[in-house]
Design a protein around this ligand. Structure first.
Ligand SMILES: Nc1ncnc2c1ncn2[C@@H]1O[C@H](COP(=O)(O)OP(=O)(O)O)[C@@H](O)[C@H]1O
Ligand SMILES: [Mg+2]
Length: 344
């Protein structure tokens, strides 16, 4: 499928299982090289095919063509026909924020979800962060593999430990520095979309309390018994607090949902603040779930995207959808994996 997508507010209308989320996935994939539904590469390949291809010409401050090809045997990403090996370079071209029902897992799910959220945000705003994270993950994997061997090669372990500490400290610095800047945006967004008076706050709770090298050394007997690295930023928690109480433990279902949306709104605001242009907003099945009050709180974000001549893609199952202040939406009908423009 080949499409030309103008700036503005796009509404994708279609029944269930027609391909609406797939459409958003294609855009998100080009922005983050990941599926927002957590689908692995192999599952994104169309049944009975060997691979997939997604490409786009991205027009913003610059004009760049990004291409992504994936198969079990080969992966290829390119910018302007130049093959790219550093994922961080690719991530800078297209920026997107997705709103989807899985966002609730940011609040309710495992700590890895929250770390991934923060890591994506940092990757979208610091070219140095993703390579750093990759370096840390690689070292962690090697170190854990060593811890599983008997006998343990002490000199190799020592050099991986050193590398882990160097990369780990920097990751913790980035995460710590993000919170005071991000948390106020999340608080504001939460206030907009919830009608309660409670204040949302984010807190980085590092697994390392003071000295990474020292605490790693202190965990020596434990990590040998459990054959895995027990301390480090891979164990950090990002806590969400409502009036200083853990949202995970005390927030109602509705409040958790509001927190999830607030986090994504804040992500969009943060990216806009840093890059000067709003990210593409991908809104999958979320608006229908919101009551009028929360929908109203969401509108300014859409209106601002509209004013900046950015793009918003929203999926719905019913035709009638108009957001005040964003003009007439561009409507598309999604049916059986195809997309057709609806005459306005
Ligand atoms: N790898 C695949 N190859 C072909 N079809 C797939 C694949 N994965 C999912 N589908 C189909 O895609 C459809 C779901 O598309 P989706 O974009 O989630 O729909 P919706 O319009 O409800 O958002 C389903 O019919 C599903 O069977
Ligand atoms: Mg869907």
């Amino acid at each position: 499928m080949d499409m030309d997508l103008s700036p503005g507010f796009h509404v994708l209308i279609g029944n269930n299982a027609q391909g609406k989320s797939n459409f958003l996935e294609a855009i998100y994939l080009l922005a983050t090289l990941r599926s927002f539904r957590g689908t692995a590469g192999a599952q994104m390949v169309r049944h009975d095919q060997k691979g997939y291809f997604v490409g786009a010409r991205v027009i913003s401050q610059s004009d760049q063509e990004v291409k992504l090809y994936w198969s079990a045997a080969a992966r290829r990403i390119s910018i302007n026909e130049r093959n790219i090996r550093k994922l961080s370079e690719f991530l800078g071209v297209l920026r997107a924020v997705v709103f989807c029902t899985e966002d609730l897992q940011l609040v309710k799910g495992a700590g890895s979800r929250r770390r991934r959220f923060v890591d994506l945000l940092l990757s979208q705003t610091n070219p140095a962060y993703l390579p750093l994270l990759q370096r840390y993950s690689r070292t962690l994997r090697s170190r854990n593999a060593l811890l599983k061997q008997r006998p343990i090669e002490e000199t190799a372990l020592e050099s991986f430990t050193e590398e882990l500490v160097t990369a780990g400290k920097q990751i913790m610095e980035y995460r710590k520095a993000l919170m005071p800047r991000f948390s106020p945006l999340a608080r504001l967004a939460y206030r907009r979309i919830s009608n309660d008076q409670e204040e949302l706050r984010l807190e980085h709770q590092p697994a390392v309390k003071r000295d990474f090298a020292l605490e790693l050394a202190q965990s020596r007997s434990r990590e040998r018994a459990l054959r895995s690295t027990m301390i480090g930023p891979h164990r950090d928690e990002i806590r969400f607090l409502l009036n200083d109480r853990s949202a995970l433990q005390f927030a109602s279902e509705g409040q958790k949902r509001s927190i999830a949306i607030a986090l994504k709104m804040a992500q969009a605001e943060y990216l806009t603040g840093i890059h000067g242009t709003p990210p593409i907003l991908l809104i999958d099945d979320v608006m229908g779930e919101l009551d009028a009050q929360r929908r109203a709180g969401f509108l300014p974000l859409l209106q601002r995207a509209h004013q900046a001549r950015s793009q918003v893609f929203m999926t719905v199952t019913e035709e009638s959808w108009n957001v005040p202040g964003t003009g007439e939406p561009i409507r598309w009908i999604v049916r059986a994996g195809g997309v057709a423009r609806m005459p306005s």
